[in-house]
Design a protein around this ligand. Structure first.
Ligand code: ADP
Length: 154
């Protein structure tokens, strides 16, 4: 018997879950996409945040529900404002990597008070740029939490 408490074992179990096993599909729009189209995409895809990419596909920014609400409060024509002007942009984007633990991703979302993180890897052939390969959201964490609860056998 290892002498570990149930809590220690649970902690170890949690820190053994990895981003690559839990990531979901990212929903991506281009910088030139209008705020109007971004709102439509958010509804159609049923997500709370969109990731914005440059022409060649590199991660450029993040658009949240509140970013869109804020833009909608102004008097501009939403179909002529590109998301590129209202998004939170690189290098201020908090990201995670497939090999990170889910725990680390959750900690990052909590610390930075954001609802989701793009899962990234280095962009092929242009060091410094990032390619989006997935998404971790607070919903991901809730699902993993429920799964943990279901698997615990007393
Ligand atoms: P909401 O604004 O709908 O509550 P968030 O809490 O995720 O959703 O977003 C809060 C702010 O942080 C928004 O301005 C958004 O653009 C930005 N944001 C969202 N996700 C990230 C991220 N991963 N890294 C940096 N900024 C982010």
């Amino acid at each position: 018997y290892s002498g570990k408490t149930a809590n220690q074992l649970l902690g170890e179990h949690i820190r053994n879950l990895y981003v690559k096993e839990y990531k979901s599909l990212p929903i991506v729009v281009k910088e030139e996409t209008s705020v109007y189209d971004a709102i439509c995409t958010m509804f159609l895809e049923d997500v709370g945040s969109l990731y914005v990419i440059k022409k060649e596909g590199q991660l450029s920014g993040v658009i949240s529900r509140k970013d869109l609400l804020q833009a909608a409060m102004g008097k501009q024509d939403l179909s002529s404002v590109p998301v590129g002007v209202i998004m939170t942009r690189m290098p201020n984007i908090i990201t995670c990597r497939p090999e990170d633990t889910l725990y680390h991703a959750a900690l990052q979302m909590m610390r930075h008070q954001v609802d989701s993180l793009p899962v990234v890897r280095d962009f092929p052939e242009s060091p410094g740029d990032l390619e989006i390969i997935g998404r971790i959201s607070k919903t991901t964490i809730v699902k993993a939490f429920v799964e943990l609860g279901q698997n615990v056998k007393m």
